[in-house]
Write a protein that binds this ligand. Structure first.
Ligand code: AMP
Length: 312
């Protein structure tokens, strides 16, 4: 979409799900969701070589898979198994700033064992969506020589599978989590200290997502702060973090680089993709974008963040 690209291979492992969401706009049921759905859709704008490894139930509509494939994503690693597709039920507060999980029906996701095909194991980039850290570790072991591996996690694994999660952190380049999770993982209230503690566990970067307050990149060589766009039509924050991750990883695949300057730009691209995602339910905000729309949002960010000559 953007002209010459390194077009590196990105492997995404995560959930493909149905979501029932309640909030200020009422119930929206059976929405296509799951971390991998958002990550892959978002990343596919920047690399023509994104693959998903996930599991869905036998009745999962083929149309959803066809639509993802039409966006350029390799869906051959999405396994259909007897049983129900993972189903998440959540409710947002009236200001959309927080959410609670009302129900998690794992279905076939309960015994998800990611099976990588030959075309997955030579991926240069790997994104491990929020699944059991032992499975995330298993995926890292199967990929031959990844250039950059990033992982998401959540409070459930931080408290319940800490040892495995810490083992995983020794094998990844970046961890993407929200501020509450960073504090919980590090046992430290101050975010900067929490980030330093997490860097000490192995990764060279920690990206801390802060919802409509933006995101922070803590890298061994420096720190970068990214605001969120101030939008007047936010409908559904579900998948914002995953869309961010997709844009971030997609940009690393697009450039073929992962130095700090590139990662700062990747933070911008991730934030642009998250801004599209939250304006509609499910993955609708990520469908049918073009280069011009993405460039225009990058420009809005640079205007939002620009200031000159503070002369004192
Ligand atoms: P995000 O808003 O970026 O945190 O991602 C929300 C997506 O994560 C939803 O579409 C859910 O289907 C999915 N999700 C919620 N809980 C879990 C879980 N325990 N494991 C895997 N995916 C989940």
């Amino acid at each position: 979409m953007f002209g010459p690209s390194a077009n590196q291979k990105l492997l995404v492992v995560g959930s493909v799900a149905f979501d029932d969401i309640d909030g200020p706009f009422g119930w929206h049921r059976d929405q296509l969701g799951g971390s991998a759905s958002f990550i892959a859709r978002s990343a596919a704008y920047f690399t023509g070589q994104a693959s998903v490894v996930a599991v869905v139930g036998e009745a999962f509509p083929q149309a959803h898979l066809d639509s993802l494939a039409a966006a350029g994503v390799d869906v051959s690693g999405i396994e259909k198994k007897a049983g129900d597709t993972f189903h998440w039920v959540g409710r947002y507060s009236s200001d959309l700033a927080s959410r609670e999980t009302l129900d998690t029906r794992l279905g076939v996701f309960a015994d998800f064992a990611p099976k990588l095909h030959p075309q997955h194991i030579d991926a240069q980039l790997v994104f491990l969506g929020n699944i059991h850290p032992a499975l995330q570790l298993e995926v890292v072991r199967q990929v031959k020589q990844p250039r950059f591996v990033a992982a998401d996690s959540m409070n459930f694994w931080i408290s319940g599978q800490r040892e495995q999660l810490v083992a995983l952190l020794g094998k990844v380049h970046a961890l993407l989590i929200n501020d509450e999770e960073a504090r919980q993982l590090a046992g430290e209230h101050n975010l900067r200290k929490a980030a330093s503690a997490i860097l000490g566990m192995g990764p060279s970067s920690v990206i801390i997502k802060r919802g409509d307050a933006g995101a922070l990149l803590f890298h061994r060589d420096g720190t970068f702060a990214m605001p969120a766009l101030v939008l007047d039509d936010v409908k559904d924050p579900t998948g914002a973090g995953d869309s961010f991750a997709g844009g971030f990883m997609g940009y690393l695949a697009y450039t073929g680089k992962d130095d700090l300057a590139t990662m700062r730009r990747a933070m911008v691209v991730g934030s642009v993709m998250a801004s599209f995602a939250v304006q509609q339910f499910s993955v609708a905000g990520l469908v049918g974008l073009n280069a011009e729309a993405v460039r225009s949002r990058v420009h809005q960010f640079s205007e939002l963040m620009r200031f000159d000559g503070v002369e004192l």
